[in-house]
Design a protein around this ligand. Structure first.
Ligand SMILES: [Zn+2]
Ligand SMILES: [Zn+2]
Length: 148
C-alpha cells in the first residue's frame, strides 16, 4: 500500500512509495544550489526498495567531480525539466525533491545541512537544526542560528 506518490509536471514520470521517509533535510550546499538553480534544495529521503516508478525512469546526470567528493546524480524529467531529486551514490536512499510529492503540504523539514555554504538571505524556521556541513545519523557540528 503506497503512502506517498508524486509526478513531474508533464506526468511522463510517476511513482509511488510504500515506506515512511528515512530523513527530511534542507541542503544549502554549493552543488544543490548550482544544479537546482535555487538557493537550497528540500529533500525527503526514502529507501530505494520502497520506491516504485510507474513510468519510465527519469534521467540521471551523474557528476563525479562534486565539491565534497561524493559522486551524485541530478535526477530530472527530460521532457518538462522537473527535478525529481538527487542520488548520492554512496547511500541506499533516494532524495526526492519535496515539491514533486503529492503529500508535500503535510511534510515539515527542520533539519538543515551545509549551513556554512548557505546564501546570505536564507532564514531558518523556529526549532530548526542547522549543521555546518553534511551529516547523516546524528553526527556533525551544529551552527548557532538567530531566528527569534
Ligand atoms: Zn515531465
Ligand atoms: Zn546539497
Amino acid at each position: 500500500m503506497e503512502k506517498y506518490s508524486g509526478r513531474c509536471k508533464c506526468e511522463k514520470i510517476t511513482f509511488k512509495i510504500k515506506g515512511e521517509p528515512k530523513w527530511k533535510v534542507n541542503c544549502n550546499c554549493n552543488w544543490c544550489q548550482t544544479t537546482s538553480g535555487g538557493a537550497f534544495r528540500s529533500f525527503v529521503l526514502f529507501n530505494e526498495e520502497d520506491i516504485e516508478y510507474q513510468s519510465e525512469m527519469p534521467t540521471f546526470y551523474k557528476d563525479t567531480k562534486t565539491d565534497h567528493g561524493r559522486p551524485m546524480s541530478n535526477i530530472f524529467c527530460s521532457t518538462c525539466g522537473t527535478i525529481i531529486g538527487i542520488k548520492v551514490h554512496s547511500m541506499e536512499q533516494q532524495h526526492f525533491s519535496i515539491g514533486i510529492l503529492d503529500q508535500r503540504k503535510n511534510i515539515n523539514i527542520n533539519c538543515n545541512i551545509w549551513g556554512e555554504e548557505a546564501l546570505q538571505f536564507v532564514n531558518y524556521s523556529k526549532n530548526s537544526e542547522v549543521y555546518k556541513k553534511g551529516y547523516w545519523n546524528d553526527t556533525g557540528e551544529k551552527m548557532k542560528i538567530e531566528n527569534d
